[in-house]
Design a protein around this ligand. Structure first.
Ligand code: BLA
Length: 235
């Protein structure tokens, strides 16, 4: 379901000077105990970013996932990119969350970084289901303009690709725009806030149980701590 979006993401990262970094084999690809599901991950090194990770889970008709998080370098205080796309094929159910995840909830910060996301949110009312976020605290690391859709095939096939393109373009332009403006946060603050994001996300990630079921508890814990949220281990 999400392969065209994954390809678009890869191309876009290359256009922005991204190169793939090496990853331990256990994180590159893992096959589930029953042999029916596979999870693949990629790590990118992109100018302006400390870490850009991408994960694709293919559990057939049961579940398809495309997940990506990009952390700017500590001297850039722009939001973290967060993408979590899930397609439950049997139920034909889409859960899509895309956000510029803010390091702080502050008006000056929002004014500086969120105009692009606000415009996308206005154009796509289908991605306006923000009342239903209940696994996370929406005030922590989610923006008031988070694109959130619980939908079906039409949303997945017709609307999501458009939203995805606009979202990615708009997020990547923050880095270009950033060159000419001053930071609101110092790099030590950015580092602490990105680490807090990892800790918070590692505790809340609804995928933990799902991964354990598919790939075993040991692998899942390693994957969560060492690949998905490596700064969650500090401090
Ligand atoms: C929801 N994300 C979910 C759910 C699962 C995952 C299973 C619950 C879906 C449901 O409603 O049934 C799965 N999360 C994953 C997987 C990975 C993962 C497979 O990280 C693999 C790497 N989640 C993120 C990021 C964001 C995010 C970066 O990882 C931010 C954009 C958000 N996921 C997010 C939100 C929900 C969710 C807001 C919905 C929570 C809710 O319904 O309240």
């Amino acid at each position: 379901m999400f392969d065209p979006l994954l390809e678009e993401l890869n191309t876009s990262l290359q256009v922005h000077g991204g190169e793939q970094s090496d990853l331990p084999d256990i994180f590159k690809e893992q096959i589930s105990k029953n042999g029916k599901s596979v999870i693949k991950s990629w790590l990118w090194s992109v100018p302006g970013f400390r870490r850009w990770r991408v994960t694709r889970l293919d559990a057939g008709n049961h579940l398809q996932v495309l997940n990506s998080v990009a952390y700017p370098t500590f001297n850039h205080d722009q939001p973290i990119l967060g993408i979590d796309l899930l397609w439950f094929g049997m139920k034909k159910k889409l859960v899509a969350v895309l956000d510029f995840q803010p390091l702080i909830q502050d008006q000056t910060y929002f004014d500086k970084y969120f105009n692009g996301l606000k415009l996308i949110k206005k154009s796509y009312p289908e991605f306006n289901a923000d009342k239903n976020i209940d696994l996370y605290d929406p005030k922590k690391y989610f923006s008031p303009w988070v694109l959130f859709c619980k939908g079906g095939l039409e949303q997945a096939e017709d609307i999501l690709p458009k939203v995805f393109t606009s979202f990615l373009t708009s997020y990547l332009s923050l880095y270009d725009a950033k060159k000419s403006t001053n930071s609101i946060l110092g790099s030590k603050e950015v580092e602490l806030l990105q680490a807090a994001y990892d800790k918070y996300s590692a505790e809340r990630d609804p995928a933990h149980g799902l991964f354990s079921g598919f790939f075993g508890r040991n692998w899942s814990e390693k994957f969560l701590q060492d690949f998905l949220f490596p700064l969650s281990k500090d401090g």
